[in-house]
Design a binder for this molecule. Structure first.
Ligand code: FAD
Length: 363
């Protein structure tokens, strides 16, 4: 069998590695970081089917995840929606999940090399998959986002029922943030904010890197305050946080990542806006699609050219509906008129949100 090399050990790369190893395919995975580690992510998984998790061989690693079937949506200080999710959402930290998958990959005989940062130009080879996440060298002008994440500690069940989304918009300041209960009575708080106009994303990251823990909470507060997320601020003020869980990212674009590599999976292929999509499910689903094409290539049933072609056609067929709707919907969250329209639809009790949630999370 031909060896497969995966660059990037996030959710996409690790789940692909596990799945290929279960088929007995030799796999090498090159990861620039290590495990366990905190990542900027909302840490709720919704939409991926049981069948996909079983196919990848990772269902047991999610079996003890928190199960959520309630969600609320807050705009400023008003709760505009509170209802059941159309399907159960799973809450689990990336700290735990990625570590579990990495251990499973190694126990299945996968070769894991950590602290190896691969250059894109070196990865364009037969049998190499690019799963290195968001394209950080993106330079388009809409590159204005900063993602911030913290775990709140010892949160009682009555403090937060299910998932809570908060969005805010004040003048040109926009953002949204999700609260998701995860393991050990923790709640993940993860937000995406438009970088305040006086600084660049890289300067925001530099400032973040130099801050002490309490000042990082203050920075998150200042972003939330700037766009008027009043209800979230009230919640934030009465909780304690795990200093080590702070993480931040900036300097990336949403949407197609335009990475110059023929075989990209997960965020490296497409970064769906978090509020309108389910990037983790897409990472897992794209691994499943890739595993089929790579399995055939590895056993010599097709050449690399055909594997690349089959993968991109299958991924396009599977994801286009979702990415197109998300692309149309996302700007509405960041426009005063769009926000008013969404608020009145949500408050009317019309079942369109259940429908949209489903539409954005299924093929
Ligand atoms: C603010 C925010 C909130 C989100 N919330 C949610 C949510 O609640 N639910 C959801 O489903 N999705 C969410 N997402 C999206 C989700 O986090 C991603 O879609 C998912 O992590 C994609 O997995 P991935 O494996 O493709 O990329 P990643 O998880 O980013 O993994 C990429 C890996 O590649 C490694 N790497 C990078 N460059 C190199 C290199 N040159 N060489 C070697 N290794 C390299 C990195 O260290 C990393 O481990 C959110 C995203 C953001 C930004």
């Amino acid at each position: 069998m031909k060896e497969i090399t995966i660059v990037g050990g996030g959710l996409a790369g690790l789940s692909l590695g596990v799945c290929l190893r279960k088929q007995g395919i030799p796999v090498r995975l090159l990861e620039s970081g290590g495990y366990p580690r905190h990542r900027v992510c909302g840490e709720f998984i919704a939409g991926v089917s049981e069948e996909t998790l079983e196919y990848l061989g990772i269902d047991s690693f999610l079996a003890d995840a928190e199960r959520h079937d309630q969600m609320s949506w807050w705009m400023g200080d008003a709760c505009v929606l509170s209802e059941q999710t159309p399907s159960v959402a799973l809450g689990i930290s990336r700290y735990l999940l990625d570590q579990r998958l990495a251990e499973e990959f190694v126990s299945l005989g996968g070769e894991l090399e950590l602290k190896v940062s691969v250059k894109l130009s070196d990865a364009n080879q037969e049998g190499w998959v690019w799963a290195a996440g968001k394209n950080k060298s993106a330079t388009r002008s809409n590159n204005t986002w900063i993602g911030l994440k913290i775990h709140a500690l010892d949160v009682k069940a009555e403090d937060l029922r299910g998932l809570a989304m908060h969005s805010g918009q004040k003048g040109k300041k926009n953002g949204y943030l999700g609260l998701c209960p995860i393991e050990n009575d923790r709640v993940n708080c993860c937000g995406l904010f438009e970088v305040q106009s006086d600084i660049t994303p890289s300067l925001a990251m530099q400032r973040w890197g130099k801050l002490t823990s309490s000042k990082k909470v203050a920075m998150l507060m200042s972003y939330a305050e700037a766009c008027g997320m009043t209800a979230f601020l009230d919640w934030l003020k009465i909780h304690d946080f795990d200093d080590d869980s702070f993480s931040a990212i900036a300097g990336f674009n949403l949407g197609a990542q335009s990475v110059d590599h023929p075989f990209c999976i997960g965020d490296a292929a497409y970064l769906i806006p978090p509020f309108t999509g389910n990037g983790m499910s897409m990472a897992l689903e794209s691994s499943r699609i890739a595993a089929v094409a790579l399995g055939r290539f590895s056993i010599g049933e097709c050449d690399w050219y055909e594997a690349v072609r089959n993968n991109s056609l299958a991924a396009k067929k599977f994801f286009t509906k979702r990415t197109t709707i998300a692309k149309m919907l996302h700007p509405l969250f960041f426009h005063p008129v769009g926000q008013m329209a969404l608020k009145s639809v949500a408050s009317s009790g019309f079942p369109s949100f259940q429908f949209l949630f489903k539409l954005l999370r299924t093929p």
